[in-house]
Design a protein around this ligand. Sequence first.
Ligand code: HEC
Ligand code: HEC
Ligand code: HEC
Ligand code: HEC
Ligand code: HEC
Ligand code: HEC
Length: 432
Amino acid sequence: MESVLRLRTVPFLIVSLLFLGEPFIVPATAFHSGGVGDCLGCHSMHAPAAGTEKPAGAHPASLVGSDPGSTCLSCHLKAGETRPSSHRIATADADMPAGLPPAQITPGGDFGWLKKSYRWGGDPGEAGGSSPGERHGHNIVAADYRYTADTKNFAAPGGTYPADRLSCISCHDPHGKYRRLAGGIIGTGGAPILGSGSYEVSPLPTGTAAVGVYRLLGGKGYVTSLYGGAPFSADPPAAVSPSDFNRPESDSDTRVAYGAGMSEWCANCHAALMGESAGRKVHPAGASVKFGADTASTYNAYAGSGDMSGGPATAYTSLVPFEIGTNDYSVLKSMARSDGAASTGPDANANVMCLSCHRAHASAWDHAARWNMESAFLVYGGNFPGIEDPAAPPGISQGRTRAETRRAFYERPPGRFAAYQRSLCNKCHAKD
Ligand code: HEC
Ligand code: HEC
Ligand code: HEC
Ligand code: HEC
Ligand code: HEC
Ligand code: HEC
């Protein structure tokens, strides 16, 4: 029988090295290089000069796009790109017509899912359902690409950040000032930034050179002109991405080594979701929510619904990541791989984090969930459910085509799961 959620990598690796055009190295074209990129990549000298009339609502900083989000997407989205491609994190509208999924499959996820709305009819005797695009993640504002604010969440749930101000720069510092200095200290000054600190091939900081923080994220004190109401109180997480991070996970997982601090960073805007508050029950997450021996052994044994034959050497799945519980970059760099070479599961010191269940940008499912949290089955009769499959009940396919569902699983084949695979909450809890 097919082993489930396990990795068969070696033959694929050889094939991919021979045949894939994309080089196996970090950014072919460096732009930010861990810090501030070329000013003219984002600022336009052709924008109306200071003192002259600007269009109503125009951003004051003379950007190449109508707003900060559009400025980022001028490079991070490429019209006509229908394959995963390095730093792209969104697909153009014309490249994802109804029934076809967005193309980019990065750890954060393709914002294109925000434009995919689904409805389905009920099974006999049951109501149908819907999954509006805006539920699928962070609704960044980027007018040039028709991304608009969430109409239901007026602010970050569990916080105050206004939804109509949410942009790429709400989370990422456009000037990349935050840096990791020797000794793991994070600051906005001191030694100059040598390059990105996000990758397994990134240099380690020294006394005379710093590296960028993980993914140029904002740190303590971070505010933008969009909203000054809640300066960040937590620094970026300790994490390392493999340099080959935007790729199908058909033969091996893309393992970002999450070390520590991700949930605490999300809590910059979602503070109340870190604990139980105001009568809302939320799943525990953060540095103190250790797996312990029991959850670690469940994760390591779980290979699919009804199948506990797995082992710690191959247990890891990027559909249910966890924090290793360290900020030691030599450990993290050794764990960030895309070729299946670091598939070990958690030990008792690992902890649950927000990204154990959510993606940072967007996903195919409500609440940017990594898997569909609102369906009894993820795989049905040995295949991904899709509306073209008469055997899959509408409440299971939920308006998605099979191609969309498969993309939502980052192109894993359905045989990697049980024939009737249930929720991946079971990876840690094994109630199925
Ligand atoms: C990756 C895109 C990007 C790059 C590269 C970039 N900027 Fe900016 N810059 C922005 C955005 C977006 C804002 C608006 C920030 C806000 O609204 O808080 C901005 C704002 C500014 C501002 C006004 C507000 C402030 O933060 O002081 C100045 C001045 C500025 N940039 C100068 C520069 C210079 C000089 C460079 C090159 C060394 C540069 N920028 C490179 C995106 C960029
Ligand atoms: C002129 C093109 C261009 C623009 C504009 C641009 N980027 Fe990038 N971005 C790139 C390229 C190329 C890379 C990969 C190489 C690198 O990191 O330097 C990248 C990488 C990144 C990364 C990963 C960096 C790392 O070290 O992990 C983040 C995060 C990012 N961009 C965010 C943004 C945001 C936010 C904006 C808007 C404020 C923006 N980018 C605007 C071209 C651009
Ligand atoms: C709510 C915060 C948030 C917003 C808004 C956001 N990002 Fe990110 N972004 C993150 C985090 C966190 C990661 C790291 C994800 C991971 O490693 O799992 C990330 C990762 C990335 C990466 C690396 C590739 C990937 O997906 O892992 C790029 C490039 C990037 N973001 C660009 C952007 C751009 C461009 C925008 C706006 C269109 C944007 N981000 C909006 C938080 C955000
Ligand atoms: C800069 C503030 C900010 C940060 C940092 C931030 N968020 Fe959010 N988040 C928001 C806002 C504002 C909304 C409401 C607007 C929306 O849903 O598009 C939101 C909504 C959400 C939603 C609900 C989406 C939906 O449609 O139901 C989830 C899930 C979420 N955030 C998770 C996270 C996670 C996980 C992180 C850390 C990786 C994070 N957020 C970091 C501001 C933030
Ligand atoms: C164990 C999985 C899990 C973890 C860990 C988790 N969440 Fe969620 N989250 C969910 C599920 C499932 C839902 C949707 C069901 C619900 O609303 O309770 C959700 C819903 C949300 C929403 C939307 C709530 C709303 O009112 O619209 C936000 C925002 C959110 N999560 C943020 C976070 C943040 C921030 C963290 C980390 C501090 C986190 N989540 C940790 C599973 C998780
Ligand atoms: C990455 C591992 C992981 C995943 C995935 C996960 N959990 Fe948990 N869960 C834990 C840990 C660790 C605890 C805290 C220790 C314990 O009670 O076992 C916990 C606690 C709980 C609790 C006890 C509630 C409380 O507030 O103390 C419930 C209920 C729960 N999880 C439900 C879920 C559901 C539902 C999902 C899927 C949406 C889920 N879990 C996904 C690891 C996980």
